[in-house]
Design a protein around this ligand. Structure first.
Ligand code: BG6
Length: 471
């Protein structure tokens, strides 16, 4: 066990489209997430859940919300900037000043409370207009639009922001585009997906280069969802499948920025499937010319894989459940792990193993930018929320931190999901993650009043004790 240092970034996380609301005011344009609960292109119809129009109404409650974060003792707050608040269609020459003003106010308020802002440039909410033009699959449109957006933020906030994350969970966006990018098609690993993957990597690399010029002392890294893949058994074919899954799910989303190239396993997989991913000669140079300062990663659980089975009956779930890639691997349940009420496996030791694996491969500082438990909380008649299940989940994960540090991993922060209740990617507001309860349900916005959950008081103690008091 190693003591958690006093400058450790204790905090929590949100994303703009899930927490802010204010979906069409002060010049904000529509994003792929705004139009309905299934998003704008989606054939994924989810009955009985809210859209993203009001969410936690953080757009109007930000001051109160930051005060509650400060009360918990946050040292950091990880949030994203809503792309369509700054560039409503993605094509404007000038940013929307009202949008910038909102984030200046939010950031100033955080700094006033000595909370370090950890800013995600892009978290699932691309402008509809860009998506209609092909989204990430269209390099000519999306790469300059993202770069312009990122550059605007760097110039605007260069005196206030020390930590930037380029894109949230690009791996999940590519592998689960129907859930997270609200695309029409289901799970798709074809040419279009991998062209999107490559284009988004080019965009991130260009943004990193831009930041070095504008704000040389600021730090930047990607924010993938990393969960180490275990083999279902020690049969070599299962171990090979787990290795394939690690490459396709995890490492390929960091390799270009650290190693400067894609793994041969990925390239061979594209060739075997005749995926025609266009990589320009200068792209390799570009990857080699950039470096990242840290890896932000979201960890909810580990994954288990076995050798592919023909005509398998395994059901593909959402971003934290399994998925199968023909001839490479197939996901499997891990019989040793319990599950959350939403079917996500719980694996605190997997948190340690995933952190070690990242350290071994990349040897960079890491920051946890998501980790948490979604559940249906109950507000009692005396205004309490007894979320002991969430405390148990977080406690078991935080208990791993001193061990992870003792393993030599440079873990510098822990920002679980989520600071406050917000709307889940595809399961509504009833799937709550926050330390702060927001009084609304799927159809009734009620008074949107904030309540402190039991986990709020508990996390406050954890932070005050530097992670030592987990009772
Ligand atoms: C991550 C995302 O995949 O998991 C968040 O970065 C998301 O945006 C979180 O909300 C929890 O997932 P869900 O589907 O329960 O909202």
């Amino acid at each position: 066990m190693k003591k958690i240092p006093s400058n450790f970034l204790w905090g929590a996380s949100t994303s703009a489209y899930q927490v802010e609301g204010g979906w069409n005011i002060d010049g904000k344009g529509p994003s792929v997430q705004d139009v309905s609960n299934g998003g704008f292109l989606s054939d994924l119809k989810v009955g009985g859940i809210t859209d993203f129009k009001v969410c936690a109404d953080h757009y109007h409650h930000w001051k109160e919300d930051v005060a509650l974060m400060a009360e918990m003792g946050f040292k950091s707050y990880r949030f994203s900037i809503n792309w369509t608040r700054i560039y409503p269609t993605g094509f404007e020459d000038k940013p929307n000043s009202k949008g910038l003003e909102f984030y200046h106010n939010l950031i100033d308020e955080l700094l006033k409370h000595e909370i370090e802002p950890l800013v995600t440039i892009h978290h699932f909410d691309a402008p509809i207009v860009l998506e209609e033009k092909g989204g990430w699959a269209n390099r000519e449109v999306m790469v300059p639009a993202y770069l312009k957006f990122a550059k605007t933020l760097f110039l605007e906030f260069k005196d206030k922001i020390n930590y930037w994350q380029t894109i949230n969970e690009l791996n999940m966006v590519i592998l689960f585009s129907h859930v997270l990018r609200k695309q029409k098609k289901g799970h798709d690993t074809g040419t279009e997906s991998y062209q999107s993957f490559h284009n988004a990597n080019v965009a991130q690399a260009l943004a990193i280069k831009e930041l070095r010029k504008i704000s040389p002392s600021a730090k930047i890294g990607p924010a993938p969802n990393i969960s180490l893949v275990y083999p279902k058994t020690c049969a070599p074919s299962d171990v090979l499948a787990a290795d394939n899954a690690n490459v396709l799910r995890n490492w390929s989303y960091i390799d270009p920025f650290v190693k400067g190239y894609y793994s041969e396993i990925l390239i061979e997989y594209w060739k075997a499937n005749n995926y025609q991913v266009v990589i320009l000669p200068e792209d390799e140079e570009l990857f080699k010319s950039v470096s990242i300062d840290f890896i932000a990663f979201n960890y909810y659980n580990s994954t288990t894989a076995q050798a592919p089975i023909k005509d398998s009956e395994y059901k593909v779930g959402d971003q934290e459940m399994g998925f199968n890639i023909e001839n490479m691997f197939q996901s499997a349940d891990n019989k040793y792990l319990e599950k959350t009420p939403y079917g996500w496996q719980i694996d605190p030791i997997g948190f340690r193993l995933t952190s070690r694996a990242l350290h071994d491969r990349y040897n960079l500082p890491i920051i946890i930018t998501e980790n948490g438990l979604g559940a249906k909380d109950v507000l009692t008649s005396d205004g309490k929320i007894h979320d002991d299940y969430r405390i148990a989940y977080l406690r078991d994960h935080i208990a791993q931190i001193p061990l992870i540090l003792a393993d030599g991993v440079k873990l510098i922060g822990y920002n679980p999901w989520s600071a406050i209740d917000l709307v889940s990617t595809h399961q509504g507001i009833s799937k709550r993650y926050g330390f702060i309860y927001v009084n609304r349900d799927e159809d009734d916005l009620k008074d949107l009043k904030r309540y402190r959950k039991d986990s709020f008081y508990w996390y406050k103690k954890v932070i005050a004790s530097g992670g030592e008091d987990l009772k």
